[in-house]
Ligand binder design. Sequence first.
Ligand code: R5P
Length: 281
Amino acid sequence: MIVSGSKTQALAAELAAVTDQSLAPVEFERFPDGEGMARVGEVDDHAIVVASTVSDEAHVECLQLQDAAREAGAGEITTVLPYMGYARQDRAFEVGEPVSARAVARAISTGTDRVLTVNPHEDAVCEYFTVSAESVDAAGCLADPLPTDLTEPLFLSPDEGAIDLAATVANAYGRGDTDYFEKKRLSGTEVEITPSDAAVGDRDVVLVDDIIATGSTMSESVAVLNERAARAVYVTCVHPLLASNAVLKLSRAGVEAIYGTDTIERSVSEVSVAPAIADAL
Ligand code: R5P
């Protein structure tokens, strides 16, 4: 039985349909002091908690859902984190910083028998859980919403770390080249992009990344590509966090279209990762 968090209701419904399982009744409340409450009705023996931890509140809600499912009688709990928050702080970058990914992974491990997470920033984050944890690669589905008639497509990642994602999308699309830019992060909201010498003139370029957060990485890349006379620039990502003014930044940079999956429910969530999760369950 699927137990959905408040931020993943559409994905949980899709996963229930794909796996032919039922959706547990879940209610969300908020007390006057601001604390949340996730209440789970009946569950069967295996509860699959589906919760993207997109905020601190969503983290607490995930822990509550695990606990409530156990209280409701589940003997086995699998926790699916379509988007795992804090995964990018996977080491202490400066003295005194926490390894936030490890801290939240340990907490989530206490309430579950197994964890699945979709395209975390680094697969190594799975090692921080103290129960069995695997990453699911859903990047192939990002090819689905792209126009079928792209002109000499180039699948480009904004940094070397995402080149495998770009290659996966290119393979799923069925044609096109793959390349990457170099990125230097200057601050939380500023990046410097150094383009490669890939020919982009009069070609359709698809920028591929794991996540669009502030949109700085993608908007800088779109601007570089437009300066170099790309025909059109599409951006696609697994996790369309799109914080603050990210959509505005991308639009001002001249993006043709933005696509993402439903790990985070946004207006650009054009494709579902439910089939990829179902395969891994
Ligand atoms: C980091 O390397 C990730 O792959 C993304 O490129 C990054 O998190 C995107 O962040 P933003 O949208 O804030 O530039």
